[in-house]
Design a protein around this ligand. Structure first.
Ligand code: DLL
Length: 437
């Protein structure tokens, strides 16, 4: 069995399913043994379940293994899940999350090679090559976005512009002056970039930029249309998470029908988040990922909390890798208002069906008496807002109706002046939660 990690020409994107399953099994067996031998928490849990690494004889046997969660990383902060000595670890990243301690992730030299290789393949999926100039505007630092995309773009041989986040006007100049063909950043940040370019009198549609590699936060089809139209680009959805590797777990190809998972490195399952029962391909549930080639901090059956489904139909691009659907939500982003389950992405979708709106919005949660309450602040396009009260009121009513038809909830919508909702340099904050618990 050839267990090489660097296939130079994305060959693993096209391998036969039969070979892929064999490769996955061989790598899974290696990973499970490595974790059992070197990570106390994992060994204890397997012992409790009376499972030994030798019990993994087929891919289905992954079912025998315990799940792992974000709290496991928090509880063992910082290095409790490391499976190699510190001398083998060449890079650390961390993600802050909303509460308490950050989680730390570690990489060996070989892990970094795997990472830049999957990111390189991801950029190939977007039609990019060594002839392109790629601006990386994800934050560099402990966040995995910047250095992850950077490694992939360099491995591709592209010309990398390591802009990182922030200083948006300068970013616009770089795009123009360096002839940038593709940008990697969060979708919300790109929206901000389009606005700033306009202020500078620069129309991104006139420049050579043609692709956007957008991820790190949920975004909708409506947002895609705004970004593609606003800058004359093709937008690609890229998915990843620090615990698994960073960006480069899955990405869209030019068909835009879900994201191909780099299954030779990341093994996907979908479970029912309440019962933990594994669901068949095609059904929607929580994505669980197992790293098949990450040695510093292997993750076995990591519960991502991200909601999606596995798409098995053959993709017209020819890749044999299965796809996951757009991440519609995180199960922990859901809030319940008057008994109705609501996801922020539903509100975004409803909002953006109305002409004159923008994807700049803020969902505000509060407590009124014993009830949770929801309100929505929105911004309109600058020229639309300038048309005055009657138009503003008309759009406000249309948004109220649209949100009601999608969520079943009648919520208070307020149109706020242009530029009064804080723009994000990285992941956008869409929900202001002032509920009393
Ligand atoms: O956001 C890694 C990344 C960087 C992915 C750049 C893509 C591009 P974390 O900060 O650990 O890592 O956050 C991971 O972000 O569990 C999802 O909930 C969310 N997320 C990431 N990509 C997408 C996406 C990076 N394309 C968490 N669509 C994940 C929706 C996404 N949500």
């Amino acid at each position: 069995m050839d267990l090489r990690i660097n296939d130079n020409f994305s060959g693993n994107d096209y391998i036969s399913t039969e070979f892929l399953r064999k490769l996955q099994l061989a790598r899974l067996q290696t990973m499970v043994k490595h974790s059992y031998d070197n990570v106390e928490l994992f060994r204890t849990r397997m012992d409790e379940l009376k499972v030994k690494p030798e019990d993994i004889k087929t891919l289905k046997d992954i079912n025998l293994l315990p799940f792992c969660k974000k709290t496991d990383l928090r509880d063992t902060y910082p290095f409790g899940l490391c499976a190699v000595p510190m001398s083998e670890i060449v890079r650390l990243h961390a993600s802050s999350g909303t509460t308490g301690k950050p989680i730390v992730v570690a990489y060996t030299q070989r892990d970094l090679q795997v990472w830049s290789d999957v990111m390189r393949r991801a950029l190939c999926c977007c039609g990019l090559s060594k002839n392109d100039v790629v601006q990386v505007s994800y934050g560099y630092g402990l966040f995995t976005g910047g250095l992850g995309a950077h490694g992939g773009a360099e491995a591709l041989g592209a010309t990398v512009v390591p802009a990182s986040g922030g200083n948006t006007k300068r970013q616009v100049m770089l795009i123009r002056d360096f002839g940038v063909n593709a940008i990697c950043c969060t979708p919300s940040y790109f929206l901000h970039l389009i606005e700033q370019a306009k202020e500078l009198g620069i129309d991104l549609r006139d420049l050579p930029i043609r692709a956007g590699v957008f991820g790190a936060e949920p975004w909708t089809q409506g947002m895609r249309e705004r970004l593609e139209r606003g800058a004359g680009i093709e937008a690609f959805d890229i998915y990843g998470l620090s615990e698994i590797i960073g960006p480069g777990v899955a990405i869209e190809c030019n068909q835009h029908q879900g994201m191909h998972i780099f299954e030779d490195h990341f093994y996907p399952e979908i479970i029912d988040p309440d019962t933990c029962e594994v669901l068949p391909d095609g059904e929607t549930g929580e994505l669980v990922l197992t790293t098949l080639s990450k040695f510093a901090m292997p993750m076995i059956r990591y519960r991502t909390r991200d909601i999606t489904r596995i798409i098995t139909e053959k993709c017209a691009c020819g890749r044999t890798l299965r796809r996951i659907d757009r991440i519609s939500a995180r199960s922990d982003d859901m809030f319940i208002i008057r008994g109705v389950n609501v996801f922020p992405s539903q509100i975004e979708s409803a909002l953006l069906t109305v002409q004159g709106t923008t994807p700049n919005y803020m969902i505000k949660l509060s407590t009124a008496g014993n009830m949770d309450n929801i309100a929505l602040d929105i911004e309109l396009a600058q020229d639309v807002y300038a048309q005055g009260e009657a138009i503003i009121e008309q759009i406000r009513r249309m948004v109220t109706a649209s949100v009601e038809s999608v969520t079943g909830l009648r919520i208070k919508v307020t149109v706020v002046p242009f530029n009064s909702i804080t723009r994000s340099g990285g992941k956008a904050k869409r929900v202001l939660d002032n509920r009393i618990r």
